[in-house]
Design a protein around this ligand. Structure first.
Ligand SMILES: [Zn+2]
Ligand SMILES: [Zn+2]
Length: 775
């Protein structure tokens, strides 16, 4: 007896060991597991921030597959499937000899292969490599099942099973079945729903609820009764579950945010595998934006404006809340599938606030600072205002509110074009693909391309008190780089100015609330009226709108304030409902001071007209007003007197505005200021020397340009002489400031054809003028 059992054990061990060795040999050498066939091309499911399905796209082979982890499948479904398909799954090695034997007996009796006796592992093997249902196929299936059990844990196998199992038509896996039959995630199922899903795979097209609801009900009820018999569910659950309706229609595929979702898939497809993508979109705001865009598009259609895009950002988190790429995704005529939020377009004036912010930040200017608004030329580039008029001098705040071009260009020249360019890059403007000098100063007027998404996110940094964060589009716990782009003080100054802009009058139907939120906002209109922009922000949100045509066609109505701003405000007013109307608090580093109203600088003893202004403590420059001066004049003739000639008249002190030479001529010619009096003609002091004399070129010279020589070698020399020392002179070419330099400095001019007037002015406002011709 003992001997016998020992012998038996020995045979058993030899068989087991050699069997395992054989299996291993086959596994490694002859039939390695085709593991790649266990995962298939995924379809894409994109959810909003709260887990509601926004949109989904079939896999490239047109199947609906949503890979899910075992943890996110309802335990109810797992239990039901195990109970229905393979009760001994946790214990067997891939094959269940008892059920195989039973099945074989059944098959012999019925004369065909009716029942498989398949375990879940064997079913996986069959889905991995579909084989014909004969003995050979069955043997391979058994071998593969043993192999699968060697490679994977029981839980891993269950997960594979639930992701491969067919649920009828092109629906594969429990993740998509739960959605298309019940509109649910696979962890939200009821008993009835779990039973339906457990029942479908054995004959998918037979038991599909949408095709054969009655067969489906019969199958479900049998499964539920079985669960009850095995005491997995009690009578109460059984009765309730049996009463549940069978869904008779497949759920529609939702189509929110089509542009956004497609962009996400294109950009992130490699990152997305398990369970779909949880985006940052807020379903309610997205739906609102889509609705408003569509109805507003109807208003613009008559004005030859066919495309509109919106981006909404949560300023606190930098999360994208809504994105509309075009009014109608399916409008082929107007290229509706283009996502306008990511299309590079010319921003017009929309970048200007950032030049002012930098000017504040660096202490160069304050809101009350005076900026030049006179004709000027930067190596041949002469900016003009929108209305082609000049104001002489304007405050920074006024220049920004009125979106004047000339002061913005002058300011950018003071900042340095490279600094401004680098600021935009640091602020996430990703489309500046050329070097800064290719753009030059026109950059600040929008002579470049930006995307609505980048622009909106740059404005969001103003709403975040200067902290930059990349736009976040999917919910994940990654720590993205964030950094100080601007100081809180500079942002506050800009926000104050931009909130003073008068809103456009919205049609009554667009005004959703009387209690309008305070919004800092700016518009932009590109050259040729091809693009209209409006971007608004407050501490909560940034809303950016672009209007135009993807074809690039312009329209006379494509003006930011007219065609983009109404939609921006419509969205803003609506999304602010339920939010407290808070505004930015004045930062502690920001002071209030009185400045001279004419110069914008802290007053000297002669300034009379003072205004309140903001300044950054310790940073804003502190030089006093140098415009207001006490001048001694002759009471009778009005001539200016100095120490050398005081005795020649009857001296009297008057307070006058003495503007820098570059401005004084223009200002007095346009009656903005009074001309300073002439010096006493009989004075023998230093001021008595005459005006600077132009030595080169000579008056009346004709220059011939040769086409064969590079222009660099044909430059014209500007040179002047003056009796004064250590003074500056100003060259005005054709009434535009061309250069400022020391008296003995030489200036070169790359000639352009035509008749030219050249004026040389010294510090004292004395000038001489010549003319020359270039052919
Ligand atoms: Zn003053
Ligand atoms: Zn004098």
């Amino acid at each position: 007896m003992r001997n016998f059992s020992r012998r038996f054990l020995k045979i058993f061990l030899i068989t087991a060991v050699s069997g395992s060795a054989l299996l291993l040999l086959f596994d490694l050498v002859f039939f390695p597991l085709p593991a790649e066939k266990l995962s298939r091309q995924s379809s894409y499911f994109i959810y909003d921030r709260d887990g509601r399905l926004l949109n989904c796209f079939a896999s490239p082979d047109q199947f609906w597959r949503l890979p899910v982890e075992l943890d996110s499948i309802s335990p109810l479904l797992v239990k039901t499937v195990l109970n229905t398909e393979d009760r001994w799954f946790p214990y067997h090695p891939g094959v269940n000899p008892v059920s195989l034997l039973t099945a074989m007996v059944d098959n012999v009796e019925s004369g065909s292969i009716a029942r498989g006796g398949s375990t879940i592992t064997m079913q996986i093997a069959r889905m991995m490599e579909p084989k014909s249902r004969n003995i050979g196929g069955k043997l391979i299936e058994i071998f593969r099942a043993l192999q699968l059990e060697m490679h994977y844990s029981k839980n891993e196998l269950l997960e594979i099973y639930f992701n491969l199992i067919p649920y009828g038509g092109n629906i594969e896996g429990a993740g998509t079945a739960a959605y298309f039959y019940f509109g649910k995630r696979p962890y939200e199922l009821s008993y009835s729903e779990a039973a339906i899903l457990a029942g479908i795979p054995s004959s998918p097209n037979n038991y599909r609820p949408d095709l054969n609801p009655e067969k489906c009900r019969g199958r479900r009820d049998r499964i539920l009764h079985q669960l009850h018999q095995q005491r997995i569910i009690d009578s109460k659950i059984l009765t309730d579950a049996l009463k549940e309706e069978i869904p008779t229609e497949r759920k529609e595929r939702p189509e929110y945010a089509p542009h956004f979702c497609q962009t996400l898939i294109a950009d992130l497809s490699s990152e997305i595998r398990q369970g779909g993508i949880r985006s940052t979109i807020r379903m309610d705001i997205q739906a609102l934006c889509e609705r408003l865009t569509l109805s507003y598009a109807n208003v613009l259609k008559d004005k030859d404006i066919n495309n509109l895009s919106i981006v909404v950002i949560d300023n606190h988190s930098s999360e994208l809340l809504a994105m509309v790429g075009s009014p109608d995704f399916y409008d082929k005529k107007h290229q509706g599938q283009i996502n306008g939020s990511f299309a590079p377009r010319s921003p017009g004036s929309a970048l200007k606030p950032f030049a002012y912010a930098l000017g504040f930040e660096k202490g160069l200017i304050t809101p009350a600072s005076i900026l030049d608004d006179i004709p000027v030329s930067y190596s041949g580039y002469s900016p003009e205002n929108y209305d082609e008029k000049y104001n002489g001098i304007v405050t920074a705040s006024d220049a920004l509110i009125r979106s004047l071009n000339v002061p913005a260009v002058n300011l950018t020249a003071d900042l340095g074009i490279q600094d401004f360019y680098e600021f935009l890059q640091t602020g996430g403007i990703s489309t500046l693909d050329r070097k800064y000098y290719h753009y030059g100063l026109p950059l600040v007027l929008g002579a470049c391309e930006v995307t609505l998404a980048d622009l909106a996110n740059l404005y969001a940094a103003l709403g975040r008190k200067g902290i930059y964060r990349p736009l976040k589009m999917i919910m994940k716990n990654d720590i993205k780089k964030s950094y100080d782009l601007l100081s809180e003080e500079a942002c506050y100054m800009i926000s104050q100015i931009l909130s003073e802009l008068k809103r456009p009058n919205l049609k009554a139907s667009w005004e959703f609330t009387r209690d309008l939120p305070t919004v800092a906002w700016k518009t932009g209109t590109s050259y040729g009226r091809r693009d209209a922009w409006a971007i608004g922000y407050n501490p909560h949100f940034t809303v950016a709108v672009w209007a135009g045509n993807f074809s690039g066609e312009g329209s006379p109505w494509l003006v930011g304030v007219e065609s983009a701003a109404p939609l921006m405000f419509a969205v803003f007013n609506q999304i602010m409902q339920g939010h407290e109307h808070v505004w930015f608090e004045k930062p502690s580093g920001l002071g209030t001071r009185y400045v001279c109203a004419q110069s914008g600088l802290p007053p000297n003893d002669y300034c009379q007209d003072l205004v309140s202004d903001l300044y950054i403590m310790g940073i804003t420059k502190n030089t006093r007003c140098d415009i207001h001066k006490a001048i001694i004049v002759d009471r009778e003739t009005g001539y200016e007197l100095c120490r050398a000639c005081e005795h020649l008249g009857n001296p009297e002190t008057v307070i006058m505005q003495d503007w820098p030479v570059r401005l004084s001529g223009w200002l007095s010619n346009h009656n903005i200021t009074v001309k300073l009096p002439k010096h006493h003609p009989e004075c023998t002091g230093i001021l008595a020397h005459g005006p600077p004399q132009i030595i080169s070129p000579e008056h009346g010279t004709h220059f011939e340009i040769s086409e064969n020589i590079p222009a660099e070698y044909q430059q014209i020399l500007f040179e002047a002489s003056s009796g004064l020392r250590n003074r500056k002179i100003y060259w005005f070419l054709d009434d535009r400031l061309f250069a400022t330099c020391g008296i003995n400095e030489r200036v070169f001019y790359k000639p352009s054809k035509g008749n030219h007037t050249l004026m040389c002015v010294d510090d004292l406002g004395r000038s001489s003028t010549i003319e020359f011709i270039v052919r």
